[in-house]
Design a protein around this ligand. Structure first.
Ligand code: GLN
Length: 536
């Protein structure tokens, strides 16, 4: 059967960082509650081929998909809100579009023609969008355009999506424009002018929005919505307001109160089943724990921007909700000295993934503190590598280090993986994506997962050096997870410690609000036990 997908294109106006990704994901969640099958695409108009080479301060965390693509963090929102695994092709960038067109040109695929933005680039964009529709056979494809309307970079994408509406038909494509309605305290009122201007800007590209979602600090009233409807020429019931909320997971419920699902299903003629939003309401309720609070200190070098560790933050929230507790995250700058004063009040510590030497000594301080004070410590990727280094140093291997930071280390306990040694290009060449991991009987890892083998997502070049495996095991390090052929160490832990566990992979990419990750749950259980012991 040839499937006809419908498209919902989400654009943004006025300012960035207004939660367009969460709004798109929430629209998807609402449609799913009507039994509609939804997938999502993020368009990033920058020239990088993918986000793998971007500094997290620029763009937040790099989200890794099952198929090993380094993508924008909005894909993480989509996966968590829609409860689906997306392919890396769901992240379209200017880099991917142009490099593909240039490759075709070099092959001679356009022989005789002058290759131009219209039609070659715009056709390529439409092909990439339709390919996702075709491969997923989703009833609805959400297409979020990054940036704000008016940016030079996004013009070819808006033009392509305008053409898409013409080609697919009015009933099959709709446009949602997300804007910001500021509240001017001095004047004591909301201002709609920026929304009017950005809608005008969008219209100048030929795109007529069907719905305007107004983000605001506080709820706006009906007369103001009527004004936006009037000036922006959008139906009254299609002017939607999502004021700031406590938790991002509440946004689908707000959209639902505003009858977004009904409007969309009518507008693009989708057959809606009876709505069932119960599971999501349960999720929102379970995330609202206040009674029992447990703290986690996250030691990283990008802690000034929480988005750099978005999936870890969300995974901790999911696990806390699962246990019926509230997790308080304290962000600790790894570039400073980590000592008792900084961390003794905390119930647990977590060292996330990372690259480069900056902040390493603070992370090693944190490992030492955990080992000497029996504080639960969770190390992810670089975090696990730091655990191995400091454990080795404290157990007689004084010159232990990773060759990422010291190529001449006396004891290179962490070293470049064999297949990485010949690699020259930086982009997309790490060990990326999903790989199986075999778990050892009688370990915390196996107990937490309750399975013999699991599959987790990776993003690294270095590994535990097999030359040191026996020595470290003699000193008490437990190798609790390996690749099925036993060659790569995937998980480590200690028996003589309440909870000291590291994994070479990134479990945070697979946690869902309705399905918290077992390792995060096990970690927070240990943090809770420590909290109870400390506080009686
Ligand atoms: N820099 C380390 C490596 O490449 C860790 C990577 C990570 O934490 N994602 O192996």
């Amino acid at each position: 059967m040839v499937y006809l997908s419908k498209y919902i294109v989400v654009t943004g106006g006025v300012v960035s960082s207004i939660g367009k990704g969460i709004t798109s994901a929430s629209i998807g969640r609402i449609l799913r509650s009507y039994g509609v099958d939804v997938t999502a695409i993020k368009i990033d108009p920058y020239l990088n081929w993918d986000s793998g080479t971007l500094n997290p301060y620029q763009h937040g965390e790099v989200f890794v998909t099952e198929d090993g693509m380094e993508t924008d963090l909005d894909l993480g929102h989509y996966e968590r809100f829609l409860d689906v695994n997306l392919s890396g092709e769901s992240n379209i960038t200017t880099g991917k579009v142009y490099s593909s067109v240039i490759e075709h040109e070099r092959k001679g695929d356009y022989l005789g023609s002058c290759v131009q933005i219209i039609p070659h680039i715009t056709n390529k964009i439409k092909d990439m969008v339709r390919k996702i529709a075709h491969e997923t056979q989703a009833e609805v494809v959400l297409v979020e355009v990054g940036g704000t309307v008016g940016d030079i970079e996004s013009q070819p994408f808006l033009e392509a999506l305008r053409q898409l509406r013409n080609e697919e038909g009015h009933d099959n494509v709709m446009f949602v424009h997300v804007t910001y309605v500021p509240y001017l305290r001095a004047a004591g009122e909301f201002k709609t002018k920026p929304t009017q201007h950005s809608t005008k800007e969008l219209r100048s590209t030929g795109i007529i929005p069907d719905m305007i979602i107004c983000r605001s600090e506080y709820p706006i009233d009906q007369p103001l919505k009527n004004k936006i409807s009037h000036f922006c020429d959008v139906e009254r019931e299609a002017v939607i307001n999502t004021p700031d909320v406590h938790s991002i997971y509440e946004v689908p419920l707000i959209l639902n109160q505003e009858h977004v699902g009904e409007y969309i299903t009518n507008r693009i003629k989708i057959e809606a089943k009876e709505q069932d939003l119960e599971e999501w309401k349960e999720v929102v309720k379970s995330l609202k724990q206040e009674d029992y609070q447990v703290s986690v200190g996250i030691i990283g070098k990008y802690v000034e921007l929480e988005d750099a560790y978005m999936s870890i933050r969300e995974s901790l929230k999911h696990a806390a909700a699962h246990l019926g507790i509230k997790v308080n995250i304290e962000w600790i700058q790894a570039e400073e000295k980590i000592d008792e004063n900084k961390v003794s009040h905390l119930d647990s510590l977590l060292i996330p993934g990372g690259f480069g030497e900056r902040g390493i000594s603070g992370k090693l301080d944190a490992v030492r503190y955990s080992l000497q004070n029996d504080v639960p410590l969770f190390g992810i990727c670089l975090g696990m590598q730091c655990m191995v280094i400091e454990f080795a140093r404290l157990n007689g291997l004084k010159g232990a280090h990773s060759t990422e930071f010291d190529q001449k280390a006396l004891h290179p306990v962490i070293d470049l993986m064999e297949e990485q040694k010949k690699i020259k290009n930086m982009g997309g060449t790490m060990r990326l994506g999903s790989y199986p991991c075999k778990l050892k009987d009688g370990t915390m890892a196996k107990e937490a997962y309750g399975e013999n083998e699991v599959s987790e997502r990776h993003r690294h070049r270095f590994e535990l050096n097999n030359d040191y495996r026996d020595i470290l095991m003699e000193k008490g390090l437990v190798i609790s997870g390996t690749s099925p052929d036993d060659f790569l160490v995937e998980m480590i832990e200690l028996e003589e410690h309440p909870w000291f566990l590291g994994c070479q992979f990134h479990p945070e990419f697979k946690s869902r609000p309705n399905n918290a990750h077992p390792i995060f749950i096990s970690f927070l259980k240990a943090a809770l036990a420590n909290h109870k012991q400390k506080n009686g």
